[in-house]
Design a protein around this ligand. Structure first.
Ligand code: ISE
Length: 337
């Protein structure tokens, strides 16, 4: 670690890698972007130049092994996450891995087991909604006791157009995984069953996905419903609602001002996730850097990364059978107590 800043190596210079690089370079106390890796070196060089990084890599393993790199942020394609995270744990370096932690629960479990064997938490998973003020406000209402015990979770995840080639499996593993994690962390309970129904984006390809509904059961008897839209035609929204024994708490549709003019009354809607979760992304990396400096792990853990994929796998099986899928109870390792 430098005198007073953590040197971060970023793997992946695509859309989310750029968001993290800019936030670390311009909006985070105690961090500097030390290196950027991408298989497309031009892309890596552009992000390195914009964030003041002195080193550019085309090989992720070389970046992870670089002694000048104190911590690693993984923002490469989903299928590479588990392998790169395992290498960081092997090298004893703190790592923030974008969601999903892997593309299957089996691969996420390998990461979890490696961290348990290492005996200390090195991994934070990029479920940044935990840092979103609107989600935190709803959770604070629940924690205050104002609506009693939580009985039902509802989530709506509304995306701009992804195109006809989004498969229902991709929608679950890359996108609905956020809602699965939100349901777990906001309800404070593990999910014990899932049933998926969906509408194809392309009528000639039944595995394509335009809309999906996921019905959930929680181990404590609560229920949940996740609504996913892969092509809203108007922009991006994420909404959550918790029904308790004595009341309901929900996020407001959006935080932009209400405008009244000759055209009528209106409110702007964010075009996509970087705008909607701008603040959450900044707070997420700031908390990660703070935790590295304080040497105390924080945020969504390998357990969260793994359990969300256990549920995602069950959802994929439900799309294959058309039936609800039960999820057996899994013992949580003491490291994540
Ligand atoms: C994307 O990968 C994200 O992580 C966004 O937060 C999510 O809303 C979007 O649906 C995903 O594709």
């Amino acid at each position: 670690m430098g005198e007073d800043s953590v040197g971060v190596g970023i793997i992946g210079a695509g859309a989310i890698g750029r968001v993290h690089a800019e936030n670390l370079a311009k909006r985070t106390i105690g961090a500097r972007v030390a290196a950027v890796m991408d298989v497309d070196t031009e892309r890596a060089e552009a992000v390195a130049a914009a964030s003041g990084a002195g080193r550019v890599y085309a090989d992720a393993m070389a970046l992870i092994g670089d002694p000048e790199i104190d911590a690693v942020l993984i923002a490469s394609p989903d299928a590479t996450h588990a392998e790169f995270t395992l290498a960081c744990i092997g090298a004893g370096k703190p790592v923030l891995c974008e969601k999903p932690l892997a593309t299957t629960a089996a691969d996420a479990e390998r990461v979890l087991r490696a961290e348990v064997a290492a005996g200390r938490r090195l991994l934070q998973v990029g479920f940044m909604r935990e840092y979103d003020p609107a989600h935190k406000d709803v959770l604070a209402v629940l924690d205050s006791g104002a609506i009693g015990k939580a009985l039902r979770f509802r989530g709506a995840h509304i995306n701009p157009r992804y195109g006809d080639d989004l498969t229902v499996e991709d929608a679950i593993v890359n996108s609905i995984i956020h809602d699965i994690h939100s349901a777990r962390f906001m309800m404070g309970a593990e999910i014990s069953g899932a049933h998926v129904s969906w509408v194809a984006a392309n009528p000639r390809d039944p595995q394509s996905c335009r809309l999906a509904d996921v019905h959930l059961k929680f181990e404590n008897g609560a229920i949940g419903a996740l609504e996913y839209n892969g092509d809203s035609g108007y922009g991006y929204e994420v909404l959550v609602e918790i029904t308790g024994e004595t009341g309901v708490a929900c996020t407001l549709p959006n935080s932009s001002p209400s405008v009244r003019n000759a055209a009528g009354a209106s409110q702007a809607i964010t075009p996509s996730w970087p705008q909607r979760f701008q603040r959450a992304y900044v707070d997420e990396v700031q908390d990660w850097i703070r935790s590295i400096m304080a040497n105390e792990a924080t945020g969504p853990s390998a357990w969260d990364g793994y359990m969300s994929l256990v549920v995602a796998d069950a959802c994929v099986r439900s799309t294959e059978t058309g039936l609800p899928v039960e999820i057996p109870r899994i013992e949580r390792p003491a490291l994540y107590a």
